[in-house]
Design a protein around this ligand. Structure first.
Ligand code: ZN
Length: 130
């Protein structure tokens, strides 16, 4: 069978039961989907960052990263429930994280910032910018 998330083929033992209730998601994607969205709150001068991410694995391989990217809607749903009209929502990847020092000042005009990413980025390295 072909997984609907990662698009890879995977083996399924065919039985009458599996024929009638075929799972269209491979075992690894099923395992990753079951992991709840993680959240942390990072305070800054006049507000908070509500940070939602799917994985805190520091060295995610490319295939796992691609799986998480297809599951980002899970984090997005939780982030939207955290969002209000006085906040700003930002999708993070390596580029935004790497340039955080350049745009972090923009956050201070909001009381709440909602961040979303597939993997967790450690903002402790930017401590002096809060
Ligand atoms: Zn899969």
């Amino acid at each position: 069978m072909r997984c609907q998330i990662c698009n890879r083929f995977y083996a399924v033992e065919l039985t009458f039961e599996s024929l009638l209730s075929a799972k269209e998601i491979c075992p690894l994607c099923r395992e990753l989907i079951a992991i709840p969205v993680m959240k942390e709150v990072i305070p800054y001068r006049n507000g908070e960052i509500h940070y939602h991410y799917l994985s805190d694995l520091p060295n995610c391989d490319l295939a796992t990263m691609q799986r998480f990217e297809k599951m980002i809607v899970k984090a997005l749903k939780e982030a939207i429930s955290d969002y209000d009209q006085d906040s700003i929502m930002i999708f993070l990847d390596e580029r935004e994280y790497g340039t955080f020092a350049c745009w972090s000042q923009m956050l201070f005009s909001y009381q709440k910032a909602v961040f979303i990413s597939t993997v967790r980025y450690d903002f402790m390295k930017y401590d002096e910018h809060f």
